[in-house]
Write a protein that binds this ligand. Structure first.
Ligand code: PHE
Length: 467
């Protein structure tokens, strides 16, 4: 194919690893991982998660990246290239970022709004109960902030793989890393005396986070912990949605893929761990054991209260730094989603990057406006099969992350494990005679374990299996 010759690429291993880590490190690390860890018995969850990353996550990440580098194509054509007749899987995979992109910039806009609020010293207002609710239900403001975030994302993707994505990742990732370490250390120094005289400290919070809590552990609870960790892993590593196929397609043939995969796993898990280390002790100190929330309400409702309790100066600084860090994390993830769509469409329509980036940005700006209006003009409540109630944004999230991703993972494991054989992937990883010590794990996982686990996740997503 003609695009093979002209295809853009990352300059080398570092650029690639940082860009892929940029996609992986996102809101999931900050607003879901710490919550799940606190809910599922602290250290036990951490242990289960790490084991799953090294086996399960590693397998999915390897498959995606190797398919990308081998075919030098994005998902739609990549699967067809691996095995003729499997284009449908590529199309199914394409739908996930196509749905995620409708709402990711909306959340990016919320973060931009909060960052601004701390910069202009509106932090007391931000800590009020109805601040978040009245912001997202207002008609103009969420759209304005979404536009700022969307414009940034579009500009970077428009600028290209090396000059846009790689460049911003090389700046943003070290910043995220140091900021998250900084806030985590600060969180450990906190202490607070409650109205009833109880003193709670950050160090106690750290213990809750890290020490495994086996009290009242049942088989059922353990299974829930495993499934929680599994669901988190998918989303967090950006696998099974074509993103890592596209990023893999930009990796040069001489890069050590196995080593890069380990580095991406370590980076993503480390940032998730540090995010927990900054959030759990802080929330525990000021709000007690029951203060942990997940999703938007953790960072837009609970944390602003924690920042306020830190006092006007420290709270404001931590607020600014925190939302800057989360903003970068969301930006590099959002870029990877848009890039995947752009790359697929460039191949599909044989069009230039600039043209496709521009058109998709316009389409997704309109889509994001509709999602913003989902909280007022188009407000409704729909009961989802897993018993939660959602608006437009939650529905998009549900379809992409709970329904499609396990289905895609199952099909892709069948394709690799049984149709073309794991050798297709392992040969790509060891192309330059690199060591691939986890090869037996890969083969075993892709042939047996993934299939079984995905069937369980799919049944659960459709509400057919309840724990
Ligand atoms: N991996 C990102 C996270 O952990 C989320 C993400 C999902 C990014 C989908 C891109 C696409 O938050």
């Amino acid at each position: 194919m003609e695009s093979k010759k002209k295809r853009s690429s990352f300059s080398g291993q570092i650029g690639f690893v940082l860009a892929a880590a940029g996609s992986a490190v996102g809101l999931g690390n900050v607003w879901r991982f710490p919550y799940l860890a606190a809910k599922d018995g602290g250290g036990l969850f951490l242990l289960v998660y790490v084991i799953l990353v090294l086996t399960f996550g590693f397998t999915l990440l390897t498959s995606d990246l190797a398919i990308g580098r081998k075919t030098k194509l994005s998902s739609i054509y990549a699967y067809d290239n691996i095995k003729h007749g499997w284009k449908f899987l590529g199309i199914l995979t394409f739908i996930v970022p196509a749905l995620i992109m409708t709402y990711y910039a909306v959340i990016g806009g919320w973060i931009t709004k909060y960052f601004t609020a701390y910069v202009v010293n509106d932090m007391n207002a931000a800590a009020k109960d109805d601040y978040f609710g009245s912001f997202i239900t207002s008609k103009v403001s969420p759209i304005v902030f979404m536009l700022v975030f969307m414009a940034l994302t579009s500009w970077i993707v428009y600028s290209g793989v090396e000059k846009g994505i790689e460049r911003i990742s090389k700046i943003a990732m070290p910043i995220i890393f140091f900021l998250v370490i900084g806030i985590a250390i600060f969180a450990l120094t906190l202490s607070f005396k409650d109205a009833d005289g109880t003193v709670r400290t950050g160090i106690e919070g750290l213990k809750i986070y890290c020490v495994p809590n086996f009290k009242g552990l049942t088989v059922k609870k353990f299974l829930i912990t495993v499934l929680d960790a599994m669901g988190q892993l998918f989303f967090s590593l950006s696998v099974s949605m074509g993103i890592m196929i596209t990023y893999g397609s930009y990796v040069k043939d001489d890069v050590d893929l196995g080593k890069s995969i380990t580095q991406i796993e370590v980076f993503d898990t480390l940032v998730a761990f540090l995010a927990g280390m900054m959030i759990i002790p802080a929330v525990y100190t000021f709000m007690g054991k029951d203060g942990m929330a997940q999703g938007p309400s953790l960072i837009f409702v609970s944390l602003p209260k924690v920042f306020k309790a830190m006092g006007p100066i420290a709270g404001r600084i931590v607020g600014i730094v925190f939302f800057l860090m989360v903003g970068f994390a969301a930006l590099t993830s959002c870029i990877s989603v848009l890039e995947t769509l752009v790359a697929n469409c460039m191949e599909l329509f044989k069009a230039s990057r600039k043209k496709v980036a521009l058109i998709l940005s316009i389409i997704y700006t309109v889509a994001s406006i509709i999602i913003c209006l989902g909280y007022n003009v188009f407000y409704f409540e729909l009961k989802l099969p897993n018993d939660s109630v959602g608006q437009l944004l939650d529905i998009m999230d549900y379809i992409s992350n709970y329904l499609l991703m396990p289905i895609i993972t199952l099909l892709s494991a069948i394709l690799i494990g049984w149709v073309v054989g794991p050798k297709t992937i392992t040969d790509e990883v060891t192309k330059n005679n690199e060591k691939f010590s986890r090869k037996p794990i890969y083969v075993f996982m892709v042939k047996f374990v993934i299939e079984v686990v995905m069937v369980i996740l799919i049944l659960q997503a459709f509400g057919l299996l309840k724990f």
